[in-house]
Design a protein around this ligand. Structure first.
Ligand code: MOS
Length: 736
């Protein structure tokens, strides 16, 4: 299936997203939607206790049920070389060695997998399976447990605490955030199909096909190229698709065992326990300032949950080292193991959590100082150099983000004294906060193909998780080649295509874009060489002077003749003309530090009788370097901000401390922000290229869309009501 459909593309405006029509018409397929002949269906059976050992699993009844092909569990599974012993399991870094242990670490852990002819038969048979356990003491209580886990230094201390702990102005407070759960539209799913016993093909919901390829080839001890991973369309991903979870392993194991293609899609409830989440956290901030409002120092302490079988640390205090110019800074952290699934990255991981505490504390300080919170920040932001490495920022425009955002939201209408503005029962307030993210870049490859029909195809293995990768590839190819957009197709999300990193951590476009541009240059050089055989003038043409059009190529030189593709192909003895490039960061990373940033501003209204909070306006101005296409870029940021509204006001997973179960395990019991909870998010960009980061000057954008958002809302609630709320989510009971 082609990612970009020419027939449909005629319907699309030039600035549209390449995948839009395929996605909204359902023509684009998610992992579980591919038709694979002979496929059978797998359904999970999960543990009913949160800790212990499996004594016995009763599978006989299920085995006799109609349609059942096989049942996998710890005593009946295929050989997985990567799980051969404890050391190998640890090295595999997959976390849960599913079916290769009889240990139970959390409630909802897979203990068996029924494979049957139909989904219904598998579901019914799974309901017949029971297990006996030796139960052990368990713990899912973060609030009770974390005080007993000691903090450890997280990074090198800057300066000393003694110097400022008696500063004139001190804010000292604790902050908590409840666990938040990934709920992409597309649930994690795999169709696995082995060809013999050393080749496997996966249709997979993932943010990185090459990463899945690496993990599966390692575990099953087969060459990497024997694992094909396809993820052409992804129904959203905020970090849960950056790991290979047990569901993928089980599908691959099952297909190997039954020698047929196997489809396994997690149910929505299973999404709550098996594919990670943003961990519940506790933080403490002590922030000091002198009488002029200059920060004299900060202590930032943080703890969050992990599982009992894996150490996940999302480094909540990292952002304390990034944004402000603290001469004195102490950061400490700890992780708290609980009988839950392992947490994972989720939009703005770590920084989003840490930023909420820091940006809330700074807001609090601004009221103590009776100073505008924007002015207070501008006084303290490390605008020239990365305060951690000392390297100069390549580009950093957070000051401009603040300025533009303030204008857009009419910040001058904000009252410095809280609780001043009412409208009937509503109290109205303004809030703001900033967020930053280091702009990463890793090695990526892309190829560009010109075929005989005069169509350009841009290829990479990178997935497009809704971020607009495909659209950006098309746009960049158009800009560098000159070819009209409707003649440029995109193919991505397949491990057979030029290798690329996973799409996550706001590194996708910054990594891939350079490869697309380099491939375009190589292609133009190739074309010029072929053209030179027709017209010698093309011999010395620089790639930058070659332009492709619908019908042929031209050389930007007054008297150089246009050469049609028809003539060109006469000189080419290949079915296609193709150029591939790999692009990676280099020297510039020694010289400069890179960051993206954003300022969030909002107006909230708080109902004085019900405690309901409504976000009336949300303005986000972001610096992501050069913006390749404003639509997907703004989609990224507004989607993230809606996530931030959920984080601030409603997302809250809780575990039942008595039984170890999750209280939220469907979309009724776990609330996240939907369109009705969000205003139109007003997104704009600084749009100045970073001259050092890559060929286009584009920096990552995904994470900064959420990072300052929750703090901006909490700060606005304070401005509206005079109530400082430090525990997320800010549900009505906390407001009243
Ligand atoms: Mo990213 S943590 O995959 O939003």
């Amino acid at each position: 299936m082609e990612f970009f459909d020419n027939e449909l593309s005629t319907l699309m405006p030039a600035e549209g997203r390449v995948e839009a029509i395929a996605k909204v018409t359902g023509k684009g397929k998610y992992a579980a939607e591919y038709t694979v002949p002979g496929v059978c269906y797998a359904v999970l059976v999960t543990s009913s206790i949160p800790a212990g050992t499996i004594k016995a699993i009763q599978v006989d009844k299920a085995k006799r049920a109609t349609g059942v092909i096989d049942i996998l569990y710890h005593q009946n599974k295929p050989v997985v070389p990567g799980f051969a012993d404890e050391t190998k399991i640890r090295e595999s870094r997959v976390g849960l060695p599913v079916f290769y242990t009889d240990k139970i670490y959390f409630k909802g852990q897979p203990i068996a997998l029924v494979v049957a002819e139909s989904l219904e038969e598998a579901t019914y048979a799974a309901s017949l399976i029971t297990a006996d356990y030796t139960a052990e003491v368990f713990n899912v209580d973060f609030v009770k447990t974390h005080p007993s886990i000691p903090l450890k230094a997280a990074g090198k201390e800057r300066g000393t605490v003694d110097e400022w702990s008696n500063a004139i102005h001190i804010v000292e407070a604790e902050y908590t955030i409840k666990e938040e759960v990934h709920n992409p539209m597309e649930m994690h799913a795999t169709i696995a199909e082995w060809v013999g016993d050393n080749k496997v093909k996966l249709y997979e919901k993932t943010q990185g096909v090459n990463s899945v390829q690496r993990v599966i080839s390692g575990l099953f001890s087969i060459p990497r190229e024997n694992v094909e991973v396809i993820s052409e369309f992804v129904g959203g991903g905020f970090g849960s698709g950056l790991r290979v979870w047990s569901n993928t392993l089980m599908a691959v194991m099952a297909s190997l065992q039954v020698k047929r293609p196997v489809k396994l899609m997690l149910t929505r409830p299973q999404m709550f326990s098996l594919v990670g989440y943003r961990p519940e956290s506790w933080q403490k901030i002590k922030l000091g300032a002198d009488s002029s409002g200059k920060f004299s120092g900060m202590i930032h302490q943080a703890k969050h949950t992990t599982s009992v079988f894996e150490n996940f640390n999302e480094n909540i205090t990292r952002i304390a080292r990034l944004v402000y110019d603290f001469k004195n800074l102490k950061t400490e952290s700890a992780i708290v193991p609980l009988n839950l699934g392992t947490p994972t990255w989720m939009r703005g991981p770590g920084d989003c959590t840490g930023d909420f505490a820091i940006e809330s504390a700074i807001d609090e300080l601004s009221y103590k100082l009776n100073e505008d919170p924007i002015a207070l920040r501008l006084k303290n932001i490390a605008l020239k150099n990365d305060p951690e490495s000392g390297k100069p920022w390549s580009t950093h425009f957070i000051d401009e983000c603040l300025e533009q955002g303030a204008t857009k939201i009419n910040w001058k209408n904000r009252k410095q004294t809280p609780g001043q503005v009412t409208e009937g029962d509503w109290q109205i307030g303004y809030g703001m906060a900033i967020g930053m993210w280091t702009s990463g870049r890793t090695q990526a490859s892309a190829s560009i193909v010109l075929d005989k029909s005069g169509t350009i195809i841009v290829r990479t293995a990178m997935t497009d998780i809704g971020t607009g990768t495909g659209t950006a590839m098309q746009n960049l190819a158009h800009e560098s080649l000159g070819m009209p957009k409707n003649k440029i197709k995109v193919e991505l999300g397949n491990s057979n295509l030029p290798p690329a990193p996973s799409q996550g951590g706001s590194t996708g476009l910054a990594s891939l874009g350079g490869a697309v541009m380099d491939a375009a240059t190589l292609l133009k050089q190739k074309l010029a060489t072929y053209a030179a055989a027709i017209n010698a003038q093309y011999k010395d043409a620089a790639a930058a002077d070659i332009l492709l059009s619908e019908n042929g190529i031209s050389y930007k030189q007054a008297n150089a003749q246009f050469i049609s593709y028809a003539d060109l192909w006469k000189k080419v003895d290949e079915p296609t003309i193709e150029a591939e490039a790999t692009s990676a960061p280099g020297e510039e990373r020694q010289q400069f530090a890179f960051c993206s940033s954003a300022a969030h501003f909002c107006i909230v209204r708080v109902h004085s009788k019900t405690g309901k909070v409504k976000v009336d306006r949300m303005v986000c101005v972001a610096d992501g370097g050069k913006i390749i296409n404003e639509k997907p870029a703004a989609n990224q940021v507004s989607g993230a901000a809606v996530g931030g509204i959920g984080m601030a006001l409603m997302e809250e997973q809780q575990a039942d401390v008595k039984f170890g179960s999750l209280l939220g395990n469907d979309l009724a019991g776990y609330h996240f922000a939907v369109n009705a909870d969000a205003p139109i998010i007003e997104v704009s960009f600084i749009d100045k290229p970073d001259p050092n980061i890559n060929q286009m000057g584009s920096k990552g954008l995904g994470e900064v869309g959420i990072i300052g958002c929750a703090a901006a809302i909490a700060n606005a609630i304070y401005n509206a009501t005079g109530k400082r709320l430090r525990n997320l989510p800010i549900t009505p009971d906390k407001v009243l």
